[in-house]
Ligand binder design. Structure first.
Ligand code: RB5
Length: 152
């Protein structure tokens, strides 16, 4: 599949490694930067990956910063992007099965490269379970405009 990659300076090296790994696994890589360890702002790259996935330019996305959190928050500001941060294989599996996450967030300062590679593989291989989860994911993509939709 076609995978968009984005990272800030903290995530640059892990992003490069993961993009190479994805290519080795037979995927097409769309590298949206950054392209060095020079300091940049993670929202710019999170937005870019979010837009690439939401528009269909890429089927999945991978975003990497120091923790994976800031760049995932940015990606999630794009309607249609569903980014989740994983620091373990269980989270990577469940973000696909339950949340139909289309963007994986990783923290280069939190997760060692071998685990990040395994998390990426799990994220790419695990299908969405559908069923009751579909209704919930549909709600993510159509949030209620007013507080009347709140459970309490
Ligand atoms: C950059 O120092 C760091 O703040 C960034 O990579 C990320 O961890 C933010 O969430």
């Amino acid at each position: 599949m076609r995978i968009a990659f984005g990272a800030d300076h903290a995530g640059f090296e892990l992003k490069e490694l993961l993009a190479r790994y994805a290519a080795e696994l037979g995927h097409e890589v769309l590298d949206l930067g950054t392209s060095s360890t020079v300091s940049v702002d993670y929202p710019d790259f999170g937005f870019a990956v979010g837009r690439a996935v939401a528009s269909g330019r890429a089927e999945r996305g991978v975003v990497v910063c120091g923790t994976g959190i800031g760049i995932s928050i940015a990606a999630n500001r794009v309607p249609g992007a569903r980014a989740g941060v994983a620091t373990d294989l269980f989270s990577a599996q469940l973000m696909r099965e339950h949340n139909d996450a289309n963007i994986l967030g990783l923290g280069a300062r939190a997760t060692a490269a071998p685990l990040a590679m395994a998390i990426l593989e799990t994220f790419l291989q695990t299908p969405f379970a559908g069923g009751r989860h579909q209704r919930r994911v549909d709600k993510l993509d159509a949030p209620p405009p007013r507080a009347e939709g709140d459970p309490r």
